[in-house]
Design a protein around this ligand. Structure first.
Ligand code: IVH
Length: 620
């Protein structure tokens, strides 16, 4: 009997140890994706759950056991050996110079439960032996943590959180932020040195604009504004960063000389406002946990109107002296807590998975859903990104799935509910051949996307022409999807230049066309010949060249002919054009089928010159 009990206990302990190791591995993987690559694969909520589960399992372990696998020699342990429950992630990349923060940048303890927030207040009241405490309640911005150092009022450095102790210097990319003054002025005393902490974010509108541009240039889309902000802060080419509008919100104090300039978090807020630095538009100074809770509820109603994404409230002790007394763990202060709002999720049925072939041949799986209202609008489709993502989530047609809006904008399939899976649901197998032209699909090494390699694929031909005619490019009226489909099906058009050889009779063959509609379309094509050069450059669909880059190129290079002959050096000399884009432009024109189009366009009478000189500024 005794032997049996011991055995069972032994197995349980081993299982627990394995569970801990497994969770640590998973969390380290997610940390790497989130902090270094800005491409998380799970929602913040799921991540928080994994971390909570790990903390629960580790509760009874000794301090030493919190070092990961290398239990043998404690003297050689580094933060990389620590359990991820004891660290705050690390965003540092080799390509950047590192800088050691004067005051470390910690994380925050998170909770989703009011009860836990009240316990936080109770612990502090007990510590200070007070009936109630003053707090500041602020929005929790879902962006990228940043530390700005101002010396004698001048911005000298912007550094990411890194591992909390040391971060990456990203000053060049931060200087582009329009709302951020490089010099602080105001009636409040300017300190000798101050580290001001905040969050860099991307506004919803800008996020949508950039993703639209990327979609048009057939580049991978960012799943939410936070990932795009993080990717932009870490762009190696500051010229590229200039083409993306970032915002910044400042809320926190790091080092300060002289030390006693501020006595309260609320004083610090007042100084930020006085110095004209961008900060949160609402913050509540309250006298008790009850009032803090009321402020959190108010914030939840207001936050959707903010320019930046928010995912909760941060509640901080107002008195800085009390903050010091409360202290911090290795990871987070004891004087602050984040209360996170739940992201609205809904269940629905995955009715179908269809694949779409883009104009460069990328095959994207799309989930067709039983329509469901999520955060105020009906969702019937959601991109599944690529085959790997589909396989990782093991989504099957007929599954009941959970959807949410990433960054409150883009519908996303979070997971499938296995308990509700129909018994006859079969694993989805990604097509091996192009759904449009049956060509064997290819996948380049290291790429997530499958592509149809055939330039003759009708879906790609249609895609190229649709893109050329779209509002963002040549803006050809009445040349919509249905007309293009017919023109391509009847083999009247294979290339964008073929459009200008079409005659009245060609249009009259098409369904729904009469003399008037044929003439209107011919007129629209004629009008398009006079479009500005950047629209044509954009419409060619050169990889990585969206509308913004097309404007820069047209303005600086001056003609299509010159663009086709521009050297790497000519191209990279332009603000906003990096090596990758320059290579892509040169590869495009090295292909005869592209360069041969230029004399054809000339003969057809298209405008191939830019009428504005480089000094005259941005084209409309
Ligand atoms: S105060 C000592 N206030 O959330 C830590 N952080 O999840 C002080 N964050 O690392 C942080 N909004 O990057 C603070 N109003 C706010 C915040 C905020 C967003 C970020 C910050 C922090 C992370 C923790």
């Amino acid at each position: 009997m005794l032997v049996e009990t011991t055995c069972r206990l032994k197995v349980t302990a081993k299982e627990r140890e394995e569970g801990i190791q497994d969770l640590r591995e998973q969390i380290r993987g997610h940390d790497e994706l989130y902090y270094r690559h800005s491409t998380p694969e799970i929602s913040d909520r799921e991540y928080d759950r994994l971390k909570n589960r790990l903390a629960e399992l580790e509760k009874n372990q000794s301090q030493l056991d919190l070092f990961g696998e290398s239990l043998t020699d404690a003297s050689t342990q580094t933060s990389e050996d620590l359990s991820p429950s004891q660290t705050i992630g690390d965003d540092r990349l080799d390509a950047f110079e590192s800088y050691r923060h004067i005051v470390p940048m910690l994380s925050l303890d998170n909770t989703y439960a009011k009860e836990e927030f009240l316990q936080f207040d109770q612990r502090l009241r007990k510590l200070f032996d007070l009936e109630s405490l003053s707090y500041v309640v602020e929005p929790k911005i879902d962006g990228v943590a940043i530390s700005l150092t101002y010396e004698k009022g001048v911005l000298v450095r912007a550094v990411t959180r890194g591992n909390g102790v040391e971060g990456d210097v990203v000053t060049q990319n931060i200087l582009h932020i329009k709302a951020l003054p490089e010099r602080i002025k105001g009636s409040f005393a300017i300190p000798e040195l101050i580290e001001i902490r905040g969050e860099v974010f991307m506004a919803h509108q800008e996020f949508l604009r950039i993703n639209k541009d990327r979609e048009a240039a057939e580049e991978n889309l960012y799943a939410n504004p936070r990932n795009l902000a993080a990717g932009t802060v870490k762009l190696l080419d500051p010229k590229e960063a200039r083409n993306r509008d970032l915002g910044i919100v400042l809320y926190g104090l790091g080092a300060c000389k002289p030390k006693d300039l501020f006595t309260r978090q609320s004083d610090f807020h007042d100084a930020i406002l006085d110095w004209n630095l961008p900060t949160v538009e609402n913050r509540w100074l309250v006298e008790s946990a009850e009032d803090a809770w009321a402020a959190i509820e108010k914030l939840d109603l207001l936050r959707h109107k903010y320019e930046y994404p928010t995912d909760g409230a941060v509640i901080k002790l107002d008195s800085l002296a009390m903050q010091v007394e409360a202290g911090a763990t290795a990871k987070a202060p004891r004087w602050a807590i984040a209360y996170k709002f739940e992201t609205e999720q809904q269940e629905t049925i995955l009715e179908d998975i269809q694949t779409q072939v883009g104009r460069t041949g990328t095959v994207t799986p799309v989930a067709h859903l039983k329509p469901v209202v999520v955060a105020g609008s009906t969702v019937a489709r959601a991109t599944l990104h690529n085959a790997d993502e589909l396989a990782r989530k093991d989504l099957r047609i007929g599954d009941t799935i959970v959807v949410e809006k990433a960054g409150e904008i883009i519908p996303q399939v979070v997971k499938t509910i296995l308990e509700k899976r129909p018994s006859d649901a079969v694993p989805y197998s990604f097509p091996t051949k192009c759904p449009e032209c049956d060509t064997e699909l290819l996948r380049a090494e290291g790429e997530a996307a499958w592509r149809c390699p055939s330039r003759d694929c009708p879906a790609q031909i249609r895609g190229r022409i649709q893109y050329y005619a779209s509002r963002n490019c040549m803006d050809i009226e009445n040349l919509g999807e249905a007309v293009i489909q017919q023109l391509v099906d009847r083999e009247l058009v294979r290339d964008v230049a073929d459009l200008y050889d079409l005659g009245r009779d060609d249009f009259l063959q098409l369904e729904g066309f009469a003399e008037k509609s044929a003439d209107n379309l011919l007129e629209a094509l004629e009008v398009s010949k006079k479009q500005e050069l950047w629209r044509l450059v954009c419409g060619l669909g050169i990889k990585h060249v969206g509308a913004t880059a097309a404007k820069d190129l047209a303005r600086e290079i001056g003609s299509l002919e010159a663009l086709s002959k521009a050297s790497e050096a000519d191209l990279t000399a332009i603000d906003g054009v990096g090596d990758i884009m320059a290579d892509s432009i040169r590869a495009y024109f090295a292909d005869d089928s592209n360069s041969n189009r230029i004399p054809r366009f000339q003969e057809q009478g298209l405008n191939l010159e830019c009428t504005l000189s480089p000094q005259m500024g941005t084209l409309g």
